[in-house]
Design a protein around this ligand. Structure first.
Ligand code: CP
Length: 352
């Protein structure tokens, strides 16, 4: 382990959120954004303190506004991507992001054999730490991500496991910040399966002091341990975390309505059963009408129109799904910069 487990509540009290200044203000002084404490891996949203999470969004906004200043920030860095599941957005945003920072990406297709099958994860970790600078992992088992993080001395990034999808949640909260400003005033509702995306959104809401309601059918709620951890973090940030089983109550007054596919990768055999169970939780114009005036619609994609969301909602002007997808790129660049020390290698544009 690179650092011991910590008490998130204690950290919240120790580290107040960073003072926020605009990207333009930061650029005037050519200031590099520095985290208040080191980040060694991103296996879970819970690896972050509230201040670290706020700092990542600040850095992502700066990278988004001024990409040219980070063109050489990861020069000489080699990053390997191991993916056990298919991906469109995650693979391409990591590869594009790494190259645009001057680094080199290597993709290893693990679709036909899982990591750790051919040799122990600890042996893989001790090989990889001698060859490359960071690992990006998309896995079935979350223990594969935490195992490689435990045994290797290089940073490990969770690009989706069965437990969490932290890169997605950070991009989603950057999108909410762009749309609404102060995240402590935002009420996000997630309806559908209490899956990895729901877990990361709950933890992210807790870290950012936001208000989240998760609406699921009975038996499909998020894991109790995640709810407990999110509420523990929320106690220090003012966030609220609710889990309900009524889709209308969940959506009532929400600033953002979020959903995901009902059967995640690996659950395809349950597709028909889940379609019946989740029917009342599909985001129709009628359900969406219970959200607040000006509410946005969110989805991590890929989406199944006619299943978890109707085209009239996802293809409406209220939909911010492509902003979310774009922000995957900027947030992941910020994560890489932070983990590999690249923010300090920013070359601010001169102002005359
Ligand atoms: N949202 C997301 O992770 O997309 P991909 O599965 O296409 O990477």
């Amino acid at each position: 382990m690179k650092f011991p487990d910590r008490d998130p509540e204690l950290k919240c009290k120790e580290e107040p959120p960073m003072a926020t200044r605009s990207v333009e203000e930061k650029n005037l002084v050519g200031e590099a954004i520095a985290m208040p404490s080191p980040l060694t891996d991103l296996t879970s949203m819970a690896d972050l303190t509230p201040a670290m999470a706020a700092g990542l969004l600040e850095l992502a906004a700066l990278v988004k506004a001024r990409p040219a200043e980070f063109r050489q920030a990861l020069a000489g860095k080699q990053i390997v991507l191991f993916f056990e599941k298919p991906s469109f957005r995650t693979r391409l945003t990591f590869e594009s992001g790494i190259y645009s920072l001057g680094g080199h990406a290597m993709f290893v297709d693990q679709l036909t054999s899982r990591i750790g099958e051919r040799e122990p994860i600890s042996d893989m970790a001790h090989n990889l730490e001698r060859w490359v600078d960071a690992l990006v992992l998309r896995t079935f088992a979350h223990s594969t991500v935490t195992g490689l993080a435990e045994y290797s001395s290089i940073p490990v990034i969770n690009a989706l496991s069965d437990y969490e999808h932290p890169c997605q949640a950070l991009a989603d909260f950057l999108t909410l910040q762009e749309k609404f400003g102060d995240l402590t005033k935002v009420h996000l509702t997630y309806v559908g399966d209490g899956n990895n995306v729901a877990h990361s959104l709950m933890l992210a809401a807790a870290l950012f002091g936001s208000h989240i309601t998760v609406g699921t059918p009975k038996g499909y709620e998020p894991q109790a341990g995640v709810l407990e951890l999110a509420r523990k973090i929320a106690a220090g940030t003012g966030a609220t975390i609710q889990v309900v089983n009524d889709p209308v109550a969940a959506v009532q007054g929400a600033d953002a309505v979020y959903t995901d596919v009902w059967a995640s990768m690996g659950q395809e055999a349950e597709t028909l059963e889940r379609a019946r169970i989740f029917h009342a939780f599909r985001v129709t114009p009628e359900l969406y009408a219970h959200a607040a005036e000006g509410a946005v619609f969110m989805h991590c994609l890929p989406a199944h129109r006619g299943e978890e969301v109707e085209a009239a909602v996802i293809d409406s002007p209220a939909s911010v799904v492509f902003d979310q997808a774009e922000n995957r790129l900027h947030v992941q660049k910020a994560i890489l910069l932070q983990l590999l020390g690249g923010a300090a290698r920013r070359q601010p544009a001169r102002s005359f």
